[in-house]
Design a protein around this ligand. Structure first.
Ligand code: FRU
Length: 495
């Protein structure tokens, strides 16, 4: 049965989204149907289509009581909005339906697990939120909350674990047909831990172990975990809050990390060996993965930073999701590249080879704000070069720059001149592999964002900007002499 609160949200989003034209949105990145969106939820393949749910407050462009928005797609790039799936309409989720995941049950139904947030007045008179894990079962369109919710109440937690910060369940099916689920929680030292739960039927769950703990080393609370095998390794992906930067790593405050390790399935023991930031740009948080029918592990994230959420008063929607990216494991690192479905949207191609660059130059046909462009840069002489800079989304007053400095082997992105009217951080820098002055940059622009994939996916840097769409220029410049190859495709989403 659809509650009045969900009905109201569905009517509202249907009515108000009719006033938002396609042109006001990114072309091949998912954006909130109306109002506010944060984390991607329930990213999964179900009955012939990809489903994407999301943290959603339809009624304003600010975070509020969380609903789950919903959309489907055949290629993970062009999404069709469906009616909102969940609303905060029961006593155990009266303060919000927080992040979670989805899977298909053996009987063909779709199961959602989310965090129910219940606001209650504690004995000391203070309002507190209790977080529990809850289920909803549906057919890909409508969902019924499970009558025996919550399925993971606070009393399943081991001693010392917080009932206020216990959230973001990510379920997965194990090879023997049983189910696992990772959930973020806060421990007695105030920092995060990831708990593993198991179930034979995905309805009755039991606590198994603590997979890994933050120990106040990597941020504080760990949100939005995911746990999956990749190229012979096991990855625990987490979104730590309140992270301190380490050199050029982990500058986002609320950050994202791959904890790379090995997993002893029998003993249920995860051994962390290495850590790696998921994204090195300005806007990336709360990623989640799924597996495609042909076996690819694909990740996508909220294309935003919690500290820089400012919508303009006239905006009717806020929040974008990154491109879905295929993950692989290469030379000790998790590598990310846009899903190959993007190539099917390639339109007009323009390419150049061996173009000498020094003074700022533009190339005929190389422009646009919905493009997939690969630029390879190499030194033109033995003397090398001191820097190479590319400007994108450039007009008479605006640009976003991408600068490579071979001496330090660093890549820097800056949206300082992108038309921002907010004084927050606009620059990010990261180390890239030193390849004797050569670098390969795949830059994907979609109206209001740029995603940069370095050296075939060794790093990804993501940022949003609000540059007027008329600023569609691209230019190249170097200090010292370089030679570049450029291959650019327009992205065509219609027809
Ligand atoms: C991450 C997060 C999650 C929570 C959700 C609430 O961005 O804080 O931990 O479930 O957002 O909207």
């Amino acid at each position: 049965m659809t509650s009045d609160i969900l009905k109201k949200a569905r009517e509202y989003e249907e009515r108000v989204s009719a006033y938002i034209s396609e042109k006001e949105r990114p072309a091949f990145h998912f954006s909130s149907r109306v109002g506010w969106m944060n984390d991607p939820n329930g990213f999964s393949y179900y009955k012939g289509a990809y489903h994407l749910f999301y943290q959603y407050h339809p009624y304003s462009t600010k975070w509020g009581p969380m609903h789950w928005g919903h959309a489907v797609s055949r290629d993970m790039l062009r999404w069709e909005y469906l009616p909102a799936a969940l609303a905060p309409d029961t006593p155990y989720d009266n303060a919000g339906c927080f992040s979670g995941s989805a899977l298909e049950l053996p009987d063909g139904r779709q199961l959602l697990m989310y965090t129910g947030v219940q606001e209650h007045l504690s004995r000391d008179g203070v309002r507190r939120d209790l977080q529990t894990q809850c289920l909803a079962v549906g057919d890909g369109l409508d969902y019924e909350k499970w009558p025996r919710n919550p399925v993971l109440p606070g009393d399943v937690l081991p001693e010392g674990f917080s009932r206020q910060d216990f959230r973001d369940p990510k379920m997965f099916r194990r090879s023997d047909g049983t189910y696992g689920c990772v959930v973020g929680c806060r421990t007695e030292d105030g920092s995060g831990a990831i708990l593993l739960f198991e179930s034979a039927d995905a309805f009755a769950w039991r606590f198994v172990t603590v997979l890994d703990r933050c120990w106040n080393e990597f941020g504080r609370m760990w949100e939005c975990p995911d746990f999956f095998p990749l190229g012979g390794k096991q990855i625990l992906m987490v979104s730590p809050q309140d992270m301190s930067a380490l050199g050029l790593e982990f500058h986002n405050g609320d950050c994202t990390m791959f904890l790379i390790g090995s997993y002893d399935e029998q003993a249920r023991r995860f051994e962390r060996e290495n850590v790696q930031a998921v994204d090195y740009g300005l806007d990336f948080y709360a990623p989640q993965t799924t597996v495609t029918p042909d076996g690819r592990r694909v990740v996508l994230g909220w294309m935003q930073n919690w500290d820089t959420c400012f919508a303009k008063p006239e905006d009717k929607w806020f929040g974008q999701i990154t491109l879905p990216r295929e993950l692989s494991y290469r030379d000790g690192r998790v590598v990310q590249n846009p899903v190959r479905e993007l190539e099917k949207l390639h339109g007009r191609r323009v390419s150049y080879a061996d173009i000498p660059v020094q003074e700022e130059l533009t190339l005929r046909g190389v422009y646009g704000r919905t493009i997939d462009m690969t630029v390879t840069v190499r030194p033109r002489s033995e003397c090398g070069y001191t820097s190479f800079r590319m400007k994108v989304a450039a007009g008479s007053q605006h640009y976003t720059s991408i600068t490579y400095t071979p001496l330090t082997s660093t890549l820097r992105v800056s949206r300082d001149h992108s038309g921002t009217n907010r004084d927050f951080v606009h620059v990010r820098e990261c180390f890239v592999r030193n390849r004797g002055g050569e670098i390969k940059l795949r830059v994907i622009l979609d109206r209001l964002s740029a995603e940069i994939f370095v050296n075939d996916g060794e790093q990804a840097l993501t940022l949003t900007f609000s540059t007027p769409l008329s600023a569609d220029g691209i230019s190249f410049q170097s200090q010292g002499k370089t030679v570049i190859n450029v291959e650019k495709y327009d992205i065509v989403t219609q027809g």
